[in-house]
Design a protein. Structure first.
Ligand SMILES: Nc1nc2c(ncn2[C@@H]2O[C@H](COP(=O)(O)OP(=O)(O)O)[C@@H](O)[C@H]2O)c(=O)[nH]1
Ligand SMILES: [Mg+2]
Length: 447
């Protein structure tokens, strides 16, 4: 957290919702936390082989994009919050920005149904009612473990360097263990895990020299122990059809992209998917989801900008029942400007869905950006309380990731981690594997 982090009335520090500032000590680029807009016109409506391979282009953030859809009209100043952001759209439907599609209510995009195929064993999700025999696994294009390793290279080489410096020609004593614990905490692994690792290290080795490679091996083992219980496949209960997945998370953490990749996985597994463009804050977000809908052969339920997200989720549920979808995935807004509005919106979506199906949303998936470090821990705390998050996806592990925080999150929250994002493309969503992740962080060889 930043040194001047404000403390809200709650114990939890919400300040990350109000700021897009990078952590002062972090070399990572945090600009993705700002609102991004992709030009609506560039959206290609025809699925093409190229479109399969790349994610929608996103323009750099612009300052004016932070403050809602349109400048406040005269007489509407009361709707501005203290930061000047216009939230009046939450109260009333704004006039459509553009005449074309946005003037139509809930216009679904209906592409051809994809062919049904069995769910592969390595898909990262499975059907509870009828587990399907796995076909021969298709050869992975690029090893995700390699991409993960590259992404985590900076953290892991820092950690490795510290371990070598600390343990070379030195007998294990209290000071060494204390220094090692500090190193592990700096690597975002969390105090609990750091203590467990140092305890394990000291067992039977006190007063002896210990090689760096041995330290790394123990580190990898202990990280794996923490992560193994949370590395679970996403279980879909098709008794409750459609299985509703609500996707939440801070803006820019990869919600929409993850929804697209997940829809691709599910449709390839033979499931019918409907998408709901619940981020009604920006035209670009709706367009982005529609493109993923076309790529994956999934119907997209969308409305005009500024429409009530909960109302839209309600309609999308009915539509998914009507079109006999197995899964409904609902996108949401994750903007940073006003936590109260955002949280109220998420709560309302849950409330409204429960009117149709008491257990909906069955899965509340939170996306976490692997480059944000400690902030991610706070984000889980908050979204878990508000929207009942019961599963995680960590994105951007292909970048300069600070993945250690996932260990702290696993130790504290014990929420399943279903997938990790290792790129922007349609195939860049991988089932989370504790062993690969642990060895990438600890810098031990893959076997
Ligand atoms: N490198 C990389 N980029 C990602 C990944 N997931 C999402 N992104 C990019 O992160 C940006 C924000 O993603 P988006 O899905 O729009 O986030 P949202 O605001 O939470 O919906 C986009 O430029 C995505 O292409 C990932 O796993 N790896
Ligand atoms: Mg989005």
């Amino acid at each position: 957290m930043t040194a001047d982090a404000e403390t809200e009335e709650e114990e939890v520090d919400f300040s990350f919702l109000d700021t897009a500032e990078p952590l002062p000590e972090s070399p990572a680029d945090f600009s993705f936390l700002e609102e991004r807009v992709e030009p609506v016109e560039t959206a290609t409506r025809e699925p093409s082989p190229e479109a399969e391979a790349v994610a929608p282009e996103v323009e750099p953030a612009r300052e004016e994009d932070h403050v809602g859809i349109e400048p406040a009209k005269p007489g509407e100043e009361d709707d501005l919050d203290e930061d000047g952001a216009d939230f009046s759209w939450l109260e009333a439907d704004l006039p459509p920005e553009e005449e074309d599609e946005r003037s139509e209510p809930a216009a679904p995009v209906v592409p051809a149904a994809p062919p049904r195929a069995p769910v592969p064993a390595d898909a990262g999700f499975r059907l509870r009612e009828k587990p399907v025999e796995a076909p021969a696994a298709s050869a992975p294009r690029i090893s995700w473990a390699e991409r993960l390793r590259q992404g985590l290279a900076r953290s892991s080489s820092q950690l490795s360097g510290s371990i070598t410096a600390l343990f070379t020609k030195r007998k294990l004593d209290e000071d060494t263990l204390q220094d090692f614990e500090d190193i592990l905490i700096q690597a975002d692994l969390g105090v609990e895990t750091a203590m467990r690792i140092t305890d394990r290290l000291s067992e039977g080795r006190f007063g002896k020299e210990i090689a760096g490679a041995e330290v790394r091996r123990i580190l990898a083992e202990e990280i794996e122990k923490t992560l193994a219980p949370v590395a679970q496949p996403l279980e879909l209960d098709l008794e409750k059809k459609p299985h509703v997945i609500l996707v939440v998370g801070v803006n820019g953490t990869g919600k929409t992209t993850t929804i697209g990749k997940l829809a691709a996985k599910l449709t390839r597994g033979g499931l019918k998917v409907t998408l709901c463009a619940g981020d009604t804050f920006r035209a670009a977000a709706v367009e982005q989801l529609k493109i993923w809908g076309e790529r994956t052969g999934s119907e997209v339920v969308a409305k005009q900008i500024g429409a009530d997200a909960a109302g839209l989720a309600f309609e999308a549920y009915d539509r998914a029942v009507e079109n006999d979808s197995d899964v409904l995935i609902i996108d949401t807004a994750g903007r940073l400007q006003n936590k109260a509005e955002l949280m109220a919106e998420l709560e309302k979506i849950n409330r409204v869905l429960a009117k149709r199906e008491p257990d909906a949303p069955h899965t509340v998936l939170q996306t976490l950006d692997a480059t944000t470090g400690q902030n991610a821990l706070n984000q889980v705390e908050i979204f878990r309380n508000v929207s009942g998050v019961n599963g995680l996806v960590m994105t951007k592990l292909d970048g300069t990731a600070r993945g250690g925080i996932l260990v702290a999150i696993a130790a504290k929250h014990r929420l399943p981690v279903y997938f990790v994002g290792v790129g922007e493309g349609i195939d860049d969503l991988e089932p989370f594997k504790a062993k690969d992740f642990a060895s990438a962080i600890a810098g031990t060889p893959l076997n």
